[in-house]
Design a protein around this ligand. Structure first.
Ligand SMILES: NC(=O)c1ccc[n+]([C@@H]2O[C@H](COP(=O)([O-])OP(=O)(O)OC[C@H]3O[C@@H](n4cnc5c(N)ncnc54)[C@H](OP(=O)(O)O)[C@@H]3O)[C@@H](O)[C@H]2O)c1
Length: 318
């Protein structure tokens, strides 16, 4: 029996919980044993008064971290400073960790991986980059058979959405309001539109791709908030559009990385991305260009990606 402690029960936490239950039979067959979501951390119990498995909920993270029967922590709180020491404690208690928390991974990447390695546990975070796209495990394999030359990503659905709406004639502010109303953008959307969300994902992608640390402050950053409706309209007439692109390449041994709006042909692979879709294009000296495309966010796509990490840890050979 694999016992799971789930930290956070918001959009992604709920998605993971539902997929685990709906696909239980197939997942258990794949891992060759049963699993059990033993405890779930929430911040507010009252909000969950009608949850059918109310007895699983706790507001005390120690209940989960100190439970010797819990083998795996799935962290989907989005918190960084409060949660970080508990993640370290869980790793030192030999619990495997899966997280979708790009802010946490980006900030503490080197320390988290070192402590995980020292404690011989699995620390996986594929859902933190590119939503449903199984990029990080694939990228690790690409780096073994190749020298990676470049990595490019459109990694933020909110920016895609806003720029598409501007092409339809809405101003940046109007498009942003709709994105908020539809739940695409957070109440504070600055992480998305200022490019920080893409920057964190690029920091993780490029660190893996080049097998050396690329820190947040080494990546030049420009978001989409300065793009005018006029710019978008003029480009559209030329069959071009803006996309917020994160890219990193190695030149003369030095890694150059940026996040900024770039002009692309509407008909290009990047130009045809729609709504919440993400794309990641990796170029290696042996494999050439490989493209990965899929839904970049959302409870189910992100939940699915977490199940992918779970299978990467526990799946038994066929
Ligand atoms: N949403 C997506 O599509 C998506 C995609 C990829 C990655 N992610 C990542 O997944 C993580 C979760 O995102 P989300 O959209 O599910 O966020 P969310 O809906 O805001 O859910 C976060 C949950 O964690 C709880 N929480 C936050 N801080 C906590 C703390 N310090 N202690 C205990 N509980 C805490 C919140 O409790 P309350 O409800 O009581 O506040 C909430 O239940 C984030 O790291 C995000 O970057 C999200």
């Amino acid at each position: 029996m694999i016992n799971i402690g789930l930290l956070g029960f918001g959009a992604v936490g709920t998605g993971v919980y539902e997929i685990f239950n709906e696909e239980r039979e197939k997942i258990q067959k794949a891992i060759g044993e049963e699993f059990n979501i033993k405890k779930i951390l929430v911040r507010n119990l009252e909000k969950r008064a009608f949850f059918k498995d109310f007895s699983l909920l706790t507001m005390d993270i120690e209940d989960i971290i100190n439970d010797p029967e819990i083998d795996l922590i799935i962290e989907v709180t989005g918190d960084v400073e409060e949660i970080y020491p508990y993640i370290l404690k869980a790793i030192r208690s030999k619990k495997n960790i899966i997280t979708a928390n790009k802010a946490l991974v980006s900030k503490y990447y080197e320390d988290l991986l070192r402590v995980a390695r020292d404690n011989k546990i699995k620390f996986l975070f594929d859902s933190a980059v590119g939503g449903t796209i199984p990029i990080l495990e694939a990228l690790k394999n690409i780096t073994i058979g190749n020298e990676v030359e470049s990595v490019l990503g459109v990694l933020n659905g909110t920016c895609n959405f806003i720029l598409s709406k501007m092409e339809e004639g809405l101003s940046y502010d109007e498009a942003l309001e709709i994105a908020k109303d539809l739940g695409f953008a957070e109440a504070d959307p600055s992480d998305d539109v200022d490019g920080h969300d893409t920057l964190r994902k690029l920091r993780i992608l490029s660190t893996i791709a080049f097998n050396e640390s690329v820190f947040e402050d080494e990546i030049s950053l420009e978001g989409i908030s300065k793009i005018s409706l006029e710019d978008v309209k003029n480009l559209s007439k030329e069959n071009k559009r803006y996309k917020l692109i994160g890219r990193a390449k190695k030149e003369n041994g030095k890694i150059i990385a940026s996040v900024r709006p770039e002009i692309v042909e509407k008909t290009s692979m990047v130009g045809t991305l729609f709504g919440g879709e993400n794309i990641i294009i990796v170029k290696g000296n042996n494999c050439g260009e490989i493209s990965f495309k899929g839904l970049g966010a959302g409870p189910r796509p992100t939940g699915y990606s977490i199940i992918g990490d779970f299978l990467n840890i526990y799946k038994v050979d066929d």
